[in-house]
Design a protein around this ligand. Structure first.
Ligand code: 5CA
Length: 421
């Protein structure tokens, strides 16, 4: 991709109302553009990151047998009248009338719809367990949308819904999804802290939140120091709670092992038994022909929030430092001297060669050297290949690692080899 043709409207100044690093940096790099309170347009850099995250989520969910679907953003109110949540959900739900005066809503979550699809088609215990998931937009009319996409009103969620025949099987599904989530967050180069949580508006009695440590997080976490080095299996049972559940009288770990930190909730999973299957009369027949209400769970990841959480976890005063797994491009080439034909030839040659295997952003814009270097650090692509007139006379270009800041000189051929092999 030629930067001169790429839509990334970067800016030199911070927006006054951006209070946390991710919000500030997403605006400055031109990843997002606000259209109303808590409602954002996602521009090309951001869409590339979302697609990388989506791919990782789908790979890990497909591995555990979850099946991707697309439920709808607009739902008829009667599904929610059946479950009893239409009134209970309150003002966070955006209610819509169609032209025939019918009541609809913009999905804040899709338990009812998943249950409705299930009851229409699944009739036998033999078809269970089933896990559906989707990656789709949600709307919640939050009282205080803030911190950019961190707490938006319109946001992208990965939401999953499971159906099992009995409690044992439902618990196994819950634990399988739990472990899949840990793998997803680790692949995103994050350190997830799973905490036992309240289930709130979703209901139910077994629930974990997945938190990412960050000083700007809205949750307060109390957890056992061991958690930071626990295996995926141990994570299920190691002590960790949010402030809503914390009670110093009942705590079982010693004071010296107790850690208290701020966190960002990037995922939340729930087991809620037959709450929706009973309310919506979704049942299967068991081997004796008896009607059984399946045991259900639901599983969310805040995909758009994750983009911001990754930036909170990985930035410095100069800008974003993308983990390689989700970076919008693998490598950027900075041609510092467009008027020098040797620089142009070498930069273009490297660009052509690398583009066969890598996602490359070639900065061919007619701006100052300083602006180019500042933008490259701001946007945070993991590797920068810097082509400048003095170095090129000596037959070398510079390869800079955004994270460490380390620069090494090498010949253009060497740098091509470095990325193609
Ligand atoms: N139905 C369940 C799971 S599918 C559910 O809705 N869970 S949730 O309410 O906890 O949301 C799942 C995840 O979406 C949260 O963990 C959070 O990361 C993200 N999320 C929730 N509200 C917002 C919001 N207003 N802005 C951005 N992300 C949000």
């Amino acid at each position: 991709m030629l930067f001169s043709r790429f839509f990334a409207p970067t800016s030199k100044n911070d927006s006054a109302d951006a209070k946390i690093a991710s919000h500030r940096l997403m605006l400055r790099t031109g990843m997002i553009s606000q259209t109303a309170a808590g409602i954002y347009c996602w521009l090309p850099l951001a869409v590339r990151v979302i697609e990388k995250i989506t791919k990782i989520i789908c790979e890990e969910q497909d591995k555990i047998g979850a099946q991707r679907v697309n439920f709808t953003t607009i739902q008829p109110a009667n599904l929610w009248l059946e479950s009893g949540r239409y009134e209970a959900y309150g003002k966070e739900m955006l209610r819509i009338k169609d032209r025939k005066d019918g009541d609809f809503l913009y999905s804040p979550t899709n338990e009812e719809q998943a249950t409705d699809v299930f009851r229409k088609y699944v009739k036998s215990y033999k078809e269970l367990p089933i896990i559906f998931y989707q990656i789709h937009w949600k709307f919640r009319d939050e009282i205080r949308p803030r911190f950019g996409v961190m707490r938006g009103r319109e946001f992208l969620m990965k939401d999953g819904y499971s159906f099992d025949l009995d409690f044992e099987s439902a618990k196994l599904t819950y634990e399988t999804v739990f472990k899949s989530y840990i793998r997803i967050f680790r692949r995103l180069e994050l350190t997830p802290i799973p905490v036992q949580a309240e289930s709130g508006a979703i209901g139910g009695n077994m629930s974990h939140e997945f938190q990412i440590l960050a000083e700007t997080g809205e949750s307060t976490l109390y957890y056992d120091r061991k958690l930071l080095s626990a295996s995926d299996e141990e994570l299920l049972t190691t002590f960790a709670v949010t402030s809503e559940k914390y009670n110093s009288d009942t705590i079982t770990i010693s004071e010296k092992d107790l850690m208290i930190s701020k966190g960002i909730e990037v995922g939340h999973i729930f087991y809620f038994g037959t709450k929706y299957s009973k309310a919506m009369n979704a049942f299967v027949l068991n081997e004796k022909g008896k009607e059984i209400y399946p045991e259900m769970g639901s599983y969310g990841i805040g995909v758009s929030r994750l983009v911001a959480a990754i930036i909170e976890a990985s930035h410095d005063p100069r800008g974003i430092i993308w983990p390689e797994a989700v970076a919008p491009f693998d490598v950027t080439i900075l041609n510092l001297h467009l008027k020098n034909s040797r620089c142009c030839d070498v930069a273009f040659e490297i660009y052509k060669a690398l583009s066969s295997k890598k996602e490359v952003l070639y900065d061919d814009r007619n701006i100052t050297v300083g602006e180019k270097l500042v933008d490259a650090d701001l946007i945070g692509i993991p590797w920068q290949i810097i082509v400048g007139s003095t170095k090129i006379e000596g037959g070398v270009v510079e390869l800079k690692n955004r994270k460490t800041g380390k620069v090494v000189e090498m010949s253009p051929n060497k740098v091509i080899e470095r990325f193609l092999n």
